[in-house]
Design a protein around this ligand. Structure first.
Ligand code: ARG
Length: 285
């Protein structure tokens, strides 16, 4: 079921905040003078395109790709089969401000997102709690940061593990592959056995069953998952990495980054961002 589900394209239904406006936005009013369709005709001498023009994989649509197992940022609603979460509300509101409809591609592994945006042609943006890093900035552009974050070490309740005890070859420390949590383990627990996996829920289940001694994952995700699904796990340490999330966009599409930044700026000043933060975190962050 998961497979057939993942093949669907998810046209986002109205979310509490952005939904009705998104529907209005996809009603065809071509307010987005800056949108041009992707063209392979490089010989075209249409230098008449305005300076702020950007390309879209699909006309009138902001095509989004993400790894959808990272609650509360992006996850599949089992009932509706649609993606939901903080990032989903953010990108819907961004699309609405741009006069575009928002469409999600099927779930992708986290470590394929930046390469997929770099390669181009499939998705316009990736929003997936992606930390802006120097290494990733070599491949893609990022929007201005839209949220601050940190890491957490998660272990079974009552565990006596610490950063020091985990730094031992006998200790299995799990993470989602290709994440900044993965980098943190490699750099700070060089003696531990680092186990990168694709799925955060599977990783936490492995900590629960004793397969792994600990997990390193983004702090807001640890807090949310432990409160909602893994009450027998604990955050044994918060790691102040000072990360910032950004929306990844192709370097070939700089005006799309500009338009997304403008939308984010508007959302910050008109209170949209605050209401999305309050909806998912109970307060502004
Ligand atoms: N913030 C971390 C990173 O950028 C983890 C992001 C994982 N996101 C996801 N949707 N699985 O590496």
């Amino acid at each position: 079921m998961k497979n057939s589900m993942s093949r669907r394209q998810f046209i986002l239904a109205a979310g509490a905040l952005a939904g009705s406006a998104v529907l209005a936005g996809c009603g065809g009013s071509s307010t987005s003078s800056s949108s041009t369709s992707t063209s392979t005709d490089s010989s075209s001498s249409s230098a008449s395109a305005s300076d702020d023009s950007y390309t879209l994989v699909k006309d009138g649509t902001l095509t989004v790709v993400a790894e959808l197992g990272f609650a509360p940022f992006e996850y599949m609603n089992d009932q509706t089969g649609d993606p939901e979460g903080f990032d989903v509300d953010v990108i819907n509101a961004v699309a609405e401000k741009m006069g575009l409809q928002c469409e999600y591609l099927p779930n992708q592994k986290f470590d394929t997102l930046v390469p997929l945006i770099k390669q181009g042609g499939k998705a316009d943006v990736s929003i997936a709690a992606i930390t802006i890093t120097d290494v990733r900035e070599e491949s893609v552009d990022f929007s201005e940061p839209y949220l601050d974050s940190n890491q957490a070490i998660v272990a079974i309740k009552g565990s006596t593990e610490t950063e020091a005890t985990l730094n031992d070859a006998s200790k299995q420390v799990v993470c989602q592959g290709g994440t900044t949590g993965n980098d943190w383990i490699t750099e700070n627990l060089p003696n531990a056995t680092c186990v990168p996996v694709d799925d955060v829920t599977a990783a936490l289940t492995g900590v629960q069953t004793g397969l792994y001694n600990a997990m390193v994952v983004d702090l807001p995700v640890a807090k949310y998952m432990l409160t909602n699904s893994f009450s027998d796990l604990d955050i044994i340490e918060e790691i102040a990495t000072g990360e910032q999330y950004g929306i990844a966009i192709s370097k070939d599409n700089p005006n799309l980054t500009k338009a997304v930044n403008k939308a984010l700026e508007d959302m910050k000043s008109d209170g949209t961002m605050d209401s999305i933060e309050t909806k998912w975190f109970g307060s502004t962050i």
